[in-house]
Design a protein. Structure first.
Ligand code: SF4
Ligand code: SF4
Lengths: 196, 317
C-alpha cells in the first residue's frame, strides 16, 4: 500500500466518528506542543508525537498511557495548527478506544455518578444531597429567582429517554470495576520513555 | 462556508435582536445563579427580551468531553435543544463557553454529516422534534460588544479604575472562524472594561486555560490543575489584579473555588474574586448588588464593592 494511503487508513481507524479528515496532513511542526499547557506540565505528553504514532499505527502505547488523560481539551493546539487539525477530536476518540481496551477506566469512573444524576435532573452537576440543594435554593431565592432552575418534567423525562436510547446508561452500568492501571510514561534526556 | 477568521460586531449582528433564546447553563444557574440573573437584568435595561424555555435541558457537552457520554447522545440532545429555539424562530444565546462551544461544534457536525443529521433527527422525531439547522448560535458576550455604546450610556456606577483581569476561556477563542477578535491576542473585553471606567490588566497568563476542562478537576487535581492554576493566579496577583472576570461559569468555578486549596498548598494568599463579566457590567449599570448572587462566591467581593461604592442593600437604578 502506498504510504499516503496507509496513513489515511490508519488515521481513519483512529477517527471512527469521522470527525477529522485531515489528520494525515500533519506537518510535524510542533506548534501544538509549544502551545499546550498539559505538555508544559508533563513533557511525556506530546500531541505531535501522538499524531505521528497514530499515523504510523503505533498508538497502542498511548492507549495504555496515563498521559492521554492529561489533555485539558483547551484547543490551544488547534488554534495554532497551520493545517487546521482539530486535535481535541482525536484525543476524545483515543480515550474512548483506551476505555474499550480496558485502560484508563478510573478516569471516567468519577463521572458515573454525575452522569446518572444528570439523567434524572436534565442538568449537570446539580447537587444531589438535600444540603446542597437547599444552599442553591437559598441563593436563588435571595436574588429573586425561582428556587430551582425552571426545567420542566417533560424536559427531564426526554433527557432520560435519550440517555437510555443512546446507550449511555448501558455503557456506564457495564463499566468493569477491575480496570488496568494506565502506565505513567517517563521523560528522560529529552525523550519519552515508553517501556516501564 | 465563510472562512473569515475575525468578524466585526456589526457584521455579526447587522440588526440587534429584539428577542433571543437565552440558553440556560447548568453551572450558571446552580453554582453561580447570579450569572443568569445579571444577564437578564442587562438585557432588560437594553430593551431586549430574553426567552428561556423550561423544556431546554443541559447541553450535555461537559460530560461528553469527560468521556462519560458518547457523541450519539450529545448530538441528539443538541438537535432537540436547538429545535426548541427554531420553533420560536429565535437565535440561541449561550452564556457559558461550554454550552456555546458544544452547541456550535455539535450543530456543525450534524449539519455537515447527513448520517449524523438523520441519526439525531430519528431519535428526537418520536418526541415531536425536528432540527433543521436554521437557528444561529451566539455567545452573550458578542452582544455586549455590539451594544457597548448603549451600555456606556447606561452606566450608573462607574468602575473607578478597578483593576480587572479578563479570563477569556478557551472555548470561545479556539473557534477558527467568525469570532470577534484575534483569538491569539484578544482585547475586546478589556475594551468594554475600560469603557465602563475600569482598568484592564493584561496579566501574563491571561489566556491560560482555567484547568477544570474536561473533568481534570476531578481526575488530575493535584498533578495538573493545581500547578497550572497556581501559575495563572500568581501572574494575576503579580500584576495587581483586583478581580477576575470570566465568560464561562465553568471557568469561574475553577478560578474561584480552588483558591483556598492553592493557598494551603503554597502558603500564599490570593484573595482575587472571580465573577462573570455580566455581573461586573450589571454592577456598573447600577443593578442592585443583592440581585447578583455574590453569596455563591468562595472569594468574597467586599473590597471590590467598597471600591466602586456599591453597598450591599443598594439599588441605584
Ligand atoms: S501544529 Fe498541526 S501540523 Fe503542526 S505538528 Fe501539531 S497537529 Fe501537526
Ligand atoms: S487541547 Fe489538549 S493537546 Fe491541545 S493544547 Fe490543550 S491540553 Fe494540549
Amino acid at each position: 500500500m502506498a504510504r499516503e494511503t496507509l496513513k489515511d487508513s490508519l488515521a481513519g481507524h483512529a477517527d471512527g466518528y469521522k470527525l477529522l479528515d485531515n489528520l494525515s496532513s500533519c506537518l510535524g511542526c510542533g506548534k501544538c506542543v509549544g502551545n499546550c499547557p498539559a505538555a508544559r506540565q508533563t513533557p511525556s505528553y506530546n500531541p505531535r508525537q501522538i499524531i505521528r504514532d497514530v499515523l504510523n499505527g503505533a498508538e497502542e502505547r498511548w492507549l495504555k498511557s496515563e498521559e492521554i488523560w492529561r489533555c485539558l481539551w483547551c484547543a490551544g493546539c488547534y488554534t495554532l495548527c497551520p493545517m487546521d487539525i482539530s486535535y481535541p477530536l482525536l484525543i476524545m476518540q483515543l480515550r474512548y478506544r483506551a476505555v474499550e481496551a480496558g485502560y484508563g477506566l478510573q478516569y471516567i469512573a468519577p463521572f458515573k455518578k454525575f452522569a446518572m444524576r444528570a439523567r434524572e435532573d436534565g442538568l449537570t452537576f446539580a447537587p444531589g444531597g438535600s444540603k446542597g440543594r437547599e444552599r442553591v435554593q437559598g441563593i436563588r431565592s435571595g436574588i429573586g429567582a425561582s428556587p430551582w432552575p425552571e426545567i420542566s418534567e417533560k424536559a427531564k423525562a426526554e433527557y432520560t429517554a435519550l440517555f437510555d436510547l443512546c446507550g449511555v446508561k448501558r455503557d456506564l452500568e457495564g463499566m468493569p470495576e477491575d480496570a488496568a492501571e494506565p502506565l505513567d510514561l517517563n521523560y528522560l534526556g529529552g525523550r519519552i520513555v515508553y517501556e516501564p | 462556508m465563510n472562512h473569515k477568521r475575525i468578524v466585526s460586531p456589526e457584521e455579526k449582528f447587522p440588526k440587534v435582536p429584539e428577542s433571543l433564546f437565552l440558553f440556560r447553563s447548568c453551572t450558571g444557574s446552580v453554582e453561580y445563579p447570579g450569572t443568569e440573573n445579571a444577564i437578564k437584568e442587562i438585557l432588560k435595561l437594553l430593551g431586549i427580551k430574553a426567552v428561556m424555555d423550561p423544556d431546554q435541558t443541559c447541553c450535555s457537552g461537559y460530560l461528553l468531553t469527560c468521556s462519560a457520554y458518547k457523541p450519539e447522545f450529545s448530538l441528539a440532545v443538541t438537535a432537540r435543544n436547538l429545535s426548541l429555539a427554531e420553533r420560536k424562530d429565535l437565535d440561541v444565546f449561550a452564556f457559558c463557553n461550554g454550552c456555546f462551544g458544544y452547541l456550535s461544534e455539535l450543530a456543525h457536525i450534524i449539519l455537515h454529516n447527513p448520517d449524523y443529521k438523520a441519526m439525531a433527527n430519528s431519535v428526537i422525531a418520536p418526541m415531536g422534534y425536528e432540527f433543521k439547522g436554521t437557528a444561529r448560535i451566539y455567545h452573550v458576550q458578542e452582544l455586549y460588544r455590539r451594544l457597548q455604546s448603549n451600555l456606556v450610556a447606561l452606566v450608573k456606577r462607574p468602575l473607578q479604575g478597578l483593576r480587572v483581569g479578563v479570563h477569556y476561556g478557551c472555548h470561545y477563542l479556539a473557534r477558527q472562524y467568525g469570532i470577534l477578535d484575534d483569538g491569539g491576542y484578544p482585547s475586546y473585553i478589556e475594551d468594554i472594561i475600560s469603557s465602563l471606567g475600569g482598568t484592564p490588566v493584561f496579566y501574563k497568563e491571561r489566556q491560560a486555560c482555567c484547568g477544570y476542562a474536561v473533568g481534570r478537576g476531578f481526575t488530575h487535581k493535584e498533578n495538573v490543575v493545581h500547578p497550572h492554576l497556581y501559575s495563572k493566579l500568581k501572574s494575576a496577583r503579580e500584576e495587581g489584579v483586583e478581580i477576575l472576570v470570566t465568560v464561562c461559569p465553568g471557568c469561574n468555578t475553577a478560578l474561584d473555588r480552588e483558591q483556598p486549596a492553592l493557598s494551603e498548598r503554597s502558603g500564599e494568599k490570593f484573595g482575587i474574586p472571580a465573577i462573570d463579566v455580566g455581573q461586573l457590567i450589571a454592577l456598573a449599570l447600577g443593578v442592585a448588588v443583592q440581585k447578583l448572587g455574590f453569596k455563591a462566591n468562595t472569594v468574597p467581593l467586599d473590597e471590590v464593592l467598597r471600591k466602586i461604592s456599591a453597598d450591599k442593600g443598594e439599588n441605584i437604578q
